[in-house]
Write a protein that binds this ligand. Structure first.
Ligand code: FES
Length: 147
C-alpha cells in the first residue's frame, strides 16, 4: 500500500503494509536513522517522534494510523540549533547517546505544550529510559532548555 506522509516538512510517499510501525518506515524507507529502536513495545521511548507536535512512540504507531505532520530528530533543526538540542549539548547529557534523540524529542514536545513545566510535569513527560543512567544530566538539560 502506498501512503503519503508529511515528514520533516516534506511530502513523502512510502510503500509499506498498513500495519508497519512508523519507526520502521522512518528508518528503513526514509533513511531517518536518528529515531532508534529499543524495546519495540512502547516502554523505552528511544523511538519517540512528534506527530502534530506531540510525542509519540513510533514503534507502536501503525503507518495506516499516522495522520498529520511527523517530525523526527532530523527535522527538529538542521544544525542542532533547537533550544532543546542546545541545552543537551551544554549539559553534556548523553553517555552512549543511543536514547538521547528520543529524550530530546520528548522534552521538545513537553515544552511545546507547556513552556514552564513544573518538576511534576517534567517527571510525567520525561519517561524515556536511559540504560547509562544519565537521568541527572537529562534533568539538568531540561532545566536549561526551560530557561
Ligand atoms: Fe518504541 Fe522502545 S522502541 S518505546
Amino acid at each position: 500500500m502506498a501512503q503519503t506522509l508529511k515528514v520533516n516538512g516534506k511530502d513523502v510517499t512510502v510503500e509499506a503494509e498498513p500495519g508497519t510501525p512508523l519507526l520502521w518506515v522512518l528508518r528503513e524507507k526514509l533513511g531517518l536513522l536518528g529515531t532508534k529502536f529499543g524495546c519495540g513495545q512502547g516502554m523505552c521511548g528511544a523511538c519517540t517522534v512528534h506527530i502534530n507536535g506531540a510525542a509519540v512512540r513510533s514503534c507502536l504507531m501503525p503507518l495506516a494510523a499516522v495522520s498529520g505532520e511527523v517530525t523526527t530528530i532530523e527535522g527538529l533543526s538542521s544544525d542542532n540549533s533547537h533550544p532543546v538540542q542546545r541545552a543537551w549539548i551544554e549539559a553534556d547529557a548523553p553517555q552512549c547517546g543511543y536514547c538521547q534523540s528520543g529524550q530530546v524529542m520528548a522534552c521538545a514536545a513537553m515544552l511545546k505544550a507547556k513552556a514552564q513545566p513544573t518538576d511534576a510535569d517534567i517527571s510525567a513527560a520525561m519517561t524515556n529510559l536511559c540504560r547509562c543512567g544519565t537521568y541527572g544530566r537529562i534533568r539538568k538539560a531540561v532545566k536549561l532548555a526551560i530557561e
